[in-house]
Design a protein around this ligand. Sequence first.
Ligand code: SER
Length: 605
Amino acid sequence: MERTYKITAKELRSMWLRFFESKNHAIIKNSSVVPQDDPTVLFTTAGMQPLVPYLLGEKHPQGTRLANVQTCIRTGDIDDIGDKTHCTGFEMLGSWSLGDYFKKEAIAFSFEFLTSPQWLNIPLENLAFTVFEGNADAPRDEVAATAWRSHGVKDDQLFYLPKKENWWGLETGGPCGPCSEMFIVKKPRCSAKCTPACDCGAYVEIWNDVFMEYNKTPNGLVPLEKPNIDTGMGLERALIAINGLNSVYEIDTFQNALHSLSDAVAIANEEMFRTSPEQTQLFQMRFIKQSRIILDHIRASCLIMGDMVKTVPSNSGRGYVLRRLIRRALVQARALKISPDVLLVLAGKFIEEYQDSHPHIKENRGFILIELEKEFSKFSKTLEQGVREFEKLISKKKQISGVDAFRLFDTFGFPIEITKEMARERGIEVDEQGFNVAFEEHRKKSQTANAGVNAGGMAGNDPKITNLHTATHLLLAALNKVLGKGIEQRGSNITAERLRFDFSFDRKLEKEELDKIEKLVNEQIKKGLKISFKEMTVKEAKAKGAIGIFGDKYGEIVKVYSMGDFSMELCGGPHAQNTKDLGTFKIQKEEASSSGVRRIKATLE
Ligand code: SER
């Protein structure tokens, strides 16, 4: 049966942009899900992330009022996937004031968009609002509370909540401040103490206005020269709230894939459904979570690969995250007795679903399907090994220990559910408690290992990072001069210690070539080239021969950084002022990154 929606994803995206356009906001492009100038994270996890330099005071080429729709990837809570609201990939509807208007105006915009018959038209009595209750860092937010009240918000709709609920910033630091959240009231409160922070389901979050007044640095909070507004409405969550849905899998963008999946599962299990009501009941209970994992992971994989930066499955960094998503989906497919081909059909449905809003998904269609297929065939071999390993284990013991279950998970990618399921079929027990202990230990270890990714402060705060970023531009220009034109950036990661640059090239570099590149970069450093940027349209930038990752809109204004006549590259900044500040450039390593992509690690000494 076809569902009907008050509003679809397409309509909400477009309404958001039209509203902010009518309030003189420039519409900026969706940035890559791979952060370009921020080495501190693997993926873009928040709509404001690509804007950090501007939120810290740098001038944005498109002005002081901005809005967009940004694709984000969050893999922190991958184990929550399968519940009603967590999504690995999601879209953030964002709006910003860069030192332009502040709290009162931001709240007026939010109120109008939510309640006006011209826009979302939600009755005021169905809404609730939260503001920051205050602490030692910042005062109780009476300004925001007064602003909400001025629009008719009643005291019983307005809640003062602590920092845990009403303060926003990236975990890695950078711009932050108190926030005010908006909720749709779904059902009566569970008790007199119930607030929008309660998880009883009475309130569903729809929008967050962040009043960015501080920069969080390793030395504490530093007030920003000009405060900013950063607002974000998670598209999927908002669609649940506005349409009164129960889960994210009920929103329109999931429906075509969900139908294909359900049909395939029904065909594959037809005999069991017909002959065994008991088994069918058990199967159906598990189906909900398993199908959600498949849908979420395949959709997220399509969003990751359908990007201007082409990530491929691999054994490290974001490639590994992608590999894990694909493999987890495959394991669930196996449990549902459907073939990997069905997952390709689902990917096709998502590509179709997103082709208008995400032009790179359409462009990368072939690439996505081929990479998925390659990963499927690699993994089916591993999976067979895993099944053999499982059979070996149970041939010796009548119980699977926590350590063994964890080894199946860690080495062969078997989630505990699959181990449990295979064990149940054979009447064998699994020490789940022991598995959880081993899993926790592993998580702690990998958190420590990942901490490096999050260390080093936000891009733009640390001159070591800024200098390495400038050196990265010199390196790309030098690569193009030594190896021939057409070398493109495939990835960039900078820590305070080193730069790591991935680029398109299909063979190992000779020692002489590396020497030449290093020398060329050092010559530019010695020349003391002034670094400057100009704003121009994408069309002009291309005509001038600038290199870099170009966005989607040809007429859009971009920043082009020049270093003498040596380098001209599209980039958001920030950079050093003069190449002489850089020190001595040294290539530490050249190696393969993935097929057709080489990687250089280099330092400044
Ligand atoms: N950055 C805030 C959030 O992600 C508002 O956009 O909630």
